[in-house]
Design a protein around this ligand. Structure first.
Ligand code: KG4
Ligand code: ZN
Length: 342
């Protein structure tokens, strides 16, 4: 790849329930970042309430942009481009970020870059905080496991911005399965961290929950697993037994992790990948991280915890590579709530 030109990108992310802004230099070095989480607001509904999310983004967007710029000790005049998440995500939430970014680009006379949220997640391992030692850059071809609340897919990344989708979930995303199982075990929202915490003291071998291998494909399926946990819970409750929530959480988590790990390793071997990236909210899961870090024969790049869940630094990173390769957007772009990565 040819030498990329230096640039300072400000990115905005409002695809779901975090209002976020970050400024990144040369695609990797984070100068400032701010995230306003709406998690507590949505917890009472047991999931993200789209209308509430949009209204909260409207309230938070300007303070979050100001906070990120302040942390970076920069003014608007020192920026080179504005990146923003166009999708996938909640339409009403995306609109807030896209309009804020358009306003900035127009007022400052800067290029606008529409970014795919999934592309943002997979660029998260490139990011490091200014002053820290830069982590090794992932080498292509890369096997990417993208595991978030809305998506679960395997992609072969052959170069910057070049992806081949190998397979994806046929039903629930991995994060969605965590959230649904947490709800049925009364563990609250968001489900991933709640299941992880409950599983700490549970036995992963107590229940032999099903693993959907879907042999011969790189697809995933988690709805059968979720149903199996639900049946077991009903069965135990029918016998007037208190639910062994910790063992159920640990056994469920073990089933998800085993499928994600084994299929990713098989895909990496079969397609000749040089390294693996695991990204998206579920990549924050401790058991999943440990499995990849201890048992992979490939170099594994997993972002630090704060870059696993939604943030704007990853959008700035993907935005930088788009900008550097000339992929800027017009001011007439719209949101793309169901935009696939490839
Ligand atoms: O990437 P993300 O912040 O938002 C989307 O783009 O969807 O991912 C959120 C998802 C939620 O389903 C949440 O339960 C899951 O990531 N998650 C986890 C953990 N932390 C967040 N799942 C398992 N273990 C975790 N520690
Ligand atoms: Zn996300």
């Amino acid at each position: 790849m040819t030498e990329l030109r230096p640039a300072r990108i400000l990115a905005v992310e409002t695809s779901c329930d975090e209002t976020a802004c970050a400024i990144l230099e040369n695609g990797r070095m984070l100068l400032g970042s701010a995230v306003a989480s709406q998690m507590e607001l949505h917890a009472r509904y047991g999931g993200v309430y789209p209308e509430v999310a949009s209204r909260q983004h409207v309230l938070s967007i300007v303070p979050v942009i100001e906070e990120a710029l302040g942390k970076a000790h920069l003014t608007f005049q020192e920026l080179d481009a504005i990146a923003v998440t166009r999708g996938p995500g909640l339409a009403g939430a995306l609109v807030v970020g896209v309009n804020a970014a358009k306003g900035l680009a127009l007022a400052l006379g800067l290029p606008l870059i529409g970014v795919n949220h999934l592309e943002g997640h997979l660029y998260s391992p490139w990011v490091y905080t200014a002053g820290d030692k830069p982590p090794e850059e992932p080498e292509f071809p890369l096997m990417v496991l993208l595991v978030s609340g809305g998506h679960t897919e395997l992609d072969l990344m052959t170069n910057h911005l070049e992806y081949n989708r190998l397979g994806a979930t046929l039903d629930d995303a991995a994060g969605e399965a965590f959230d649904k199982v947490a709800r049925l075990l009364n563990l609250g929202y968001p489900g991933g961290p709640a299941i992880q915490a409950a599983a700490e003291d549970g036995s992963p071998d107590r229940f032999n929950f099903p693993r959907a291998w879907l042999d011969g494909t790189w697809n995933f399926s988690f709805s059968g697993l979720k149903t199996a946990v639900m049946r077991e819970a009903k069965d135990l409750q029918g016998k007037a037994r208190t639910l062994p929530v910790q063992d159920m959480a640990a056994s469920f988590q073990a089933a998800v992790v085993e499928v994600l790990f084994r299929k990713t390793m098989d895909a990496a071997r079969e397609l000749g990948a040089r390294a693996i990236v695991v990204a998206g909210g579920v990549s924050a899961n401790r058991t999943l991280r440990q499995r990849f870090q201890s048992q992979s024969e490939f170099k594994v790049h997993v972002p630090p915890l704060w870059l696993c869940t939604d943030n704007a630094a990853m959008i700035a990173a993907a935005g930088y590579y788009r900008f550097a390769l000339g992929h800027t957007s017009g001011l007439d772009i719209d949101v793309e709530p169901t935009w696939p990565l490839s």
